[in-house]
Write a protein that binds this ligand. Sequence first.
Ligand code: SF4
Length: 263
Amino acid sequence: MSATLVVNEIYLSLQGESTFAGLPCVFVRLTACNLRCSYCDTAYAFTQGSKMAVEEVRAKIDELARPYGMTKAEGQSPNEGVESHHSSFVIGHSRLPLVEFTGGEPLLQPNALPLMKQLCDDGFTVLVETSGAIDISKCDSRVRRIMDLKCPSSGESGRMHWANIRQLRATDEIKFVIGTEQDYAWAKEQIATHQLERICPLLFSWVAPLLPHQQEKSLKPFPTDHTPISRKDLVERIVADKLPVRFQLQMHKFIWPPDQKGV
Ligand code: SF4
């Protein structure tokens, strides 16, 4: 019987975050998460999804990527040096579209790991968005791991798998999602304690408030003793403190309605 994944959605859109922001990307959103961050805007992926054979998932990725150039289905792998009448679109070292595994928590499904490797073998730039609570060491070394360090207002700081920090490479990214002054102070402290800027790019993302219908009951409560921070205050503090970080806004939320799925 073939290996399967439980998939919430697969779609082509724009990468809204990270140092890859703005580039076309096939998103593979896998079902389930073991955390319940207070600000989670993808609670619909906690349980909704359908079982798909890994080959079906790959076929869907190829279908969405095909207009950009070569796919495995066409038997032409750039890594094998096969000449093709199709040309792949490449920006920098990244073939387009990117392929991102997200969720939920994609690393809860081990069958995603061989698929990531296969996509890397076939020349794709593969990203994985992970919460920081799961061991990241099993991912193929070519996969770009965008790993959260959950700040206190998430309610999930205590769940971090700190050994992950030793696994990170220069091609990975660490993301802090910041909603309060306490989050900012915590993130700043982690950077200093672990000298994170020496490891990989650091992303500071402002927490976008959830719309009423996104406030799923199982999410951790927002801590009542925290002081919310505005986008402007966050940016001004980053500049004043000369932090070596990249501020980012979730681009897709400015292009489409902030609760729109499949973008
Ligand atoms: S880790 Fe991500 S998907 Fe899971 S609850 Fe937190 S924000 Fe939501």
